[in-house]
Design a protein around this ligand. Structure first.
Ligand SMILES: [Zn+2]
Ligand SMILES: [Zn+2]
Length: 353
């Protein structure tokens, strides 16, 4: 076991502070990674503040971070895919049972025994729970380590491991491609990736936002049209016309207004998670055989596919790079959606602690 520098929170009301945490020595199938950048996901904030207590109670001290990019320092004797010096990534999962029907289908995100990058019971007993990427290094089973295309900027590549795959996977599942008309609701960390992917897939991309001042940015990110959702006339123009809508809004909102924009057999997928149940009109779904679904991240094979797609199309997240010492301030700003469009922590800043 080795000790590594990290930032952790001691309770739901404590700030994140500098600390040291244990990491296991690499077993034969493990890859040890020096972390270079870690994105800040909204889930990190929810977890640290124990806001998802009913679904996933936080265990303290907690070390969040599941948008990890780094360089391999050591590999175990049985590791075949990676060697020291490789640029790699780690997302929301670090292990699974490898044997259930979901794992066999390459859909580890649905494995009942999946191990989250932070906050899951630690099978190796190095600590009570797994610790995430707000740290100097991490040790991960090679089957959950991803390869990063050499042409991508590392700070903007980190968020691809959660925000990227969360938006890429449902678009692939629902067949977003050239000739389709696709809506993206909400232009934040998830939404801005959704726009980039929809555009890169060749779809006619419509962004729905509550803020008229996001119009220019949406067009820059790849939108063909921007609709201010409070404007009923603008909304009505798109009624019954969209093949797919990615709903990235985590706050309460009227989903029926968007279901009515779907064409026959259109689908709206939720990737944002509002706290309270949504009220859905059955008629809106029935007339038009429309469907409503949700989607979490993606499997490891698909996450690699997404990274390779980003390499081929030069796609990264738009990030504001911060030193780890500004993490608490970044959380306050993220809670107010005051970031374009993701924070990425430069982990070199942790070395000076
Ligand atoms: Zn996340
Ligand atoms: Zn499984």
């Amino acid at each position: 076991m080795t000790k590594t520098k990290a930032y952790s929170a001691a309770s739901a009301t404590s700030p994140l502070v500098s600390t040291t945490i244990p990491r296991r020595d690499p077993t034969e199938g493990d890859v040890q990674i020096e972390i270079l950048f870690c994105g800040i996901c909204h889930s990190d904030l929810h977890y640290v503040r124990d806001e998802w207590h009913d679904v996933m109670p936080a265990v303290y001290p907690c070390v969040p971070g599941h948008e990890i990019v780094g360089r391999v320092t050591t590999v175990g004797s049985a590791v075949s895919k990676f060697k020291a010096g490789d640029l790699v990534g780690v997302g929301c999962m670090v292990d699974s049972d490898h044997t259930c029907p979901n794992c066999r289908a390459g859909l580890e995100q649905f494995c009942p025994n999946m191990v989250l990058t932070y906050g899951s019971p630690d099978r190796h007993k190095t600590a009570p729970v797994t610790y995430g990427g707000y740290s100097d290094s991490i040790v991960v089973d090679e089957s959950f380590v991803l390869r990063i295309p050499a042409n991508l900027g590392l700070a903007g590549t980190a968020p691809l491991h959660c925000a990227g795959i969360t938006t890429y996977s449902p678009m692939r599942h629902w067949g977003v491609t050239t000739g389709k008309k696709v809506g993206v609701v909400g232009l934040g960390g998830l939404g801005h990736m959704g726009v980039k992917f929809a555009h890169a897939f060749g779809a006619h991309t419509v962004v729905f936002t509550t803020s008229p001042n996001k119009k220019e940015d949406a067009l820059r990110l790849g939108a063909d049209e921007v609709v201010v959702s409070r404007n009923a006339d603008e909304m009505q123009k798109h009624a019954g016309s969209l093949d797919f809508i990615l709903d990235c809004v985590a706050a309460e909102h009227d989903i029926n207004a968007y279901i009515n924009l779907l064409a026959r057999d259109g689908n709206i997928t939720l990737v944002g998670a509002p706290e309270k149940p949504l009220s859905v009109s059955a008629f809106s779904l029935i007339f038009g055989r429309r469907s409503l679904s949700g989607s979490p991240i993606g499997g490891i094979a698909e996450t690699q596919e997404m990274l390779d797609f980003c390499g081929a199309h030069n796609i990264t997240a738009d990030v504001e790079v911060i030193p780890i010492q500004k993490i608490n301030e970044a959380y306050e700003r993220m809670a107010k959606s005051d970031v374009k469009y993701r924070f990425s922590i430069d982990m070199a800043s942790l070395k000076s602690e």
